[in-house]
Write a protein that binds this ligand. Sequence first.
Ligand SMILES: Cc1ncc(C[n+]2csc(CCOP(=O)(O)OP(=O)(O)O)c2C)c(N)n1
Length: 759
Amino acid sequence: MSLYNCCYVFGLAAFYFCYYGTTQNAVVGFAPTLPSTTTARTLTRHAAERDGSASTVSGPPYSGPSVKPILDSINFPSDMKGLDMPQIKQLANELRWEVLEAVSKTGGHLSSSLGVTELTVALHYVFDMPDDDIIWDVAHQCYPHKILTGRRSKFPTLRQQGGISGFCKRAESEYDSFGAGHSSTSISAAQGMSIAKSVLNKRRNNCVAVIGDGAITGGMAYEAMNSAGYLQSRMIVVLNDNGQVSLPTGTPSAGGTVPASQLSKYTSNLLVSKPFQDFRDFAKSFNKLLPEEMQGVNKRIDEYTRGLVSGGTLFEELGFYYVGPIDGHDLENLIPILEKLRDSPNTKPVLLHLKTVKGYGYPPAEVASDRMHGVGKFNLGTGAQYKGKPTEPSFTSIFANALIDAAIDDRAIVGITAAMPGGTGMDIFGRRFPKRTFDVGIAEQHAVCMGAGMACEGLKPFVCIYSTFMQRGYDQVVHDVAIQNLPVRMMLDRAGFVGNDGPTHHGCYDLAYLGCIPNLTIMSPSDEIELRNMVMTCAGFDDGPTVLRYPRGVGYGQEKLQSLFGYKLDNNEIPTRGEVIPIGKGRIIRGAGGMVESTSSSTRGKKRKDRIAILSIGTRLHEALVAAQEVEDMYDDLSVTVADARYMKPLDVDLVRQLADDNGVLITIEEGSIGGFGDHVLHFLALDGSLDDGNLTFRPMVMPDAYFETGTQFQQYEEAGLNARHIKGTILRLANKIEVPILEQIEQEEPQYNTTTKK
Ligand SMILES: Cc1ncc(C[n+]2csc(CCOP(=O)(O)OP(=O)(O)O)c2C)c(N)n1
C-alpha cells in the first residue's frame, strides 16, 4: 500500500470513528442544545465540581465565599498574570459572587455577566488590555470586566446618577475599548481597530469582539463578518452562545417558543465532540509528519470532515477560521485556546464558538424564565426580587392590551418585535395571538421592512420597537414605508428618558428624526386613556403609516385623571377600551382659571401679555397642568391655558393658530430633543405670520442639546429642565414675575419671585 493510500484509508477510518462518535455524543453527551433547565443545571454541577465551588451553589440560601483573597489582590488585569490554574478558577468564583452581591444591592443586568465570568477572566489573563482590545457587544455583560479593570469600588454607584455606567464607555475607562448599549456593533468596531493597528504598524494586533447569539442576529454583524472575511482582517470573534436570543426567551410567537433565530438552531446543531476535536488535533499533528504533497490531502479530509460533521461551515464560508463549539466555562480549555489564537501568526479572522449558560452559577437565574436578565434589587439568598409599591399598569401593558382589543375585531392585525417581546408587550399579545406575533431577533431594519411587505398584502402590522432602537430602522421607515405610503403602524415604546440605562437608550430623537418624513402621522398620548385611544386610532387608519410614541412608566390612575386632567369618568372607572380619535386634532385641557370652556368669563389675563398658553405633546402635559395651577394660585392676574397637541403630524394648525391669537405667550413642551415638536410649531407660526407683529412670545421647552447620563427618570427631567417647576419658572420669567434668565433658572432650586404682584 502506498503512503498515499495508507493515509487515505487512515483518514476515512478516522472520519467514520469521528462521525459516529459525534453523532452518539450529540444525543447522549454534553448537550449543546437550547439551554433547558436540565442542561443548565448539569453544566453548573459539572463546573462547580470542577472548580471546587460546589458548596456555594448547593441550594438556598445561596451564598458566595466569605472572603475573596484573590480578587482582593487584583486591581487591574496585569495583577492576574502570575496566577496558576487553581487560583484562576478561584478568581472566577470570587468574581461571580462579587457581581451577584453588587447587583443584588443596585439592580442591573445580571445573568449575562454571570454567563461570561470565566470568559472575562480568561480574556484578561491571556490578553493585555489596554494595548489589546476587547469589545463587548451590547456591553450589558461587562460587569466582571469592570470589576477586573479598576472599578470594583464604584459598583455601589452602578447605573445611578453620577455613578458608573451599566455598559462600556470609553470616557469611563481606558479598558473600555468601545462604547455600546445597542447591539451587533462589536465585530465592525474590532475590524476597524484591527485595520488601524495594521495600517499604523503597531507592534501588537489583538482585537477581540465578544458577541452573543442574540446580538449576532443583527444584520450589522453579518456585514462585518463578510467584510472581515473578505479583507482578511486579523481578529477574534468570540460567539457567546447561550441559546437566548430575545428578551425574555420562550415567548409564544409564530416561530414557537424557541430562540427567534435560525442561526441559533444552526449553532445548536454544531456538535460538541471530544472525539471530533481529538481527531482534528491528531490529523493536524499527523499532517506535519507527511511529505508536503500529502499534507494537502489530509487537509482536505479535515475540511471535508468538518463540513459533514458540523452540518455546515457558515462561518468558514464567510472567510473565518471556525473553532468550536467549546464549553465557555471550562477555563482549563479556554485559556490555552485563547493563547494559541493570540500567538498565531495567522491573519485570517477567527470565530471562537463558546457554549455558555446564561445566569451560570446562580440557580435562581439559571431557572428563571428570563434568566434574571435585568433585575431590581434582590435577596441574594433566595433570588427573590424586592417588589416596589403596587403601581398603576405600565404604558407597555396598556398598549399590549389595547392592541389585543383591536386585534379581536380585526384579523388583519399582527404584531412584530425585534427581540424585545417582554419590553414591548408583545409577550402579552403573543400569548393571546401566538400565530399573529412575529419575533424577528435583533433586526429592527428587517422588522420595519417586513412590516412594509405585510402591509402590501393587506395585513395591519404593528411594528413594536423601542424609540432608541428604531434609529436602526430609519432608512426602512423612509424608503420602504413612507415613500410607498404603506399603512405600517410603528409603536415606539420608551420614548423619552429611560432612567438607568442612560444615553444609549433614551428615546430622545424620534420626534426630530421622524418629523421630517412626509406621509407619516405621528402621535403621542399624554395619559393612559389617550394611549388606548391612539392604539385604536392607528388600528383604524389605513391611509398611510402611523407612529405612536409613548414613554417608559405607568399610568396616572383614575384620581389624577379626574382631578388634574379633567376627565369625567363614569363610576370613577377608567375605560378599558379605547376609542378612535380624529386624526390631527388636539384638545384644550384647561383655560384661564381652570375652565376649559372659555377664557372670557375669567378675570384673569386682561392684558394680552398676561395670557399664557402651553401646548404640550405627550408626557409633559401632567407637569404643564401642575405648573399652570401653581402659577394661577400665585398670581391672579395671570391666565394659563394648557392644550394637548396629541399629534405632531398632521399638526393641528387651527389649535396652534387659536393659541397664538388668544395669548401673548406660547410655550411648547415635549420629552424630546431639539428639532422635534416645538420646531414644527415654530415653523408653522413663522410661515403663518403669527410672529410678524411682535405680539407673541414663543418658547420651546425641549431636552437640552446634551447626553443624559444614568439616573432615575425624575433626575433626568430635572437635569433637562422639563418638570413642573421649570415650566412654572419659564411662565413667570416670560410674564416678568421673575428676572432670572431661563437657562440659569434650570440650575436654581427655587426662583426668586417679584413679590410686588404676588397674591
Ligand atoms: C439594536 C438593539 N436592539 C435591541 C437591544 C435590546 N437587547 C439588549 S441585550 C439583548 C439580547 C442580547 O442577547 P445576547 O447577545 O445573546 O446576549 P445575552 O443577554 O444572551 O448574554 C437585546 C435584544 C439592543 N441592545 N440593541
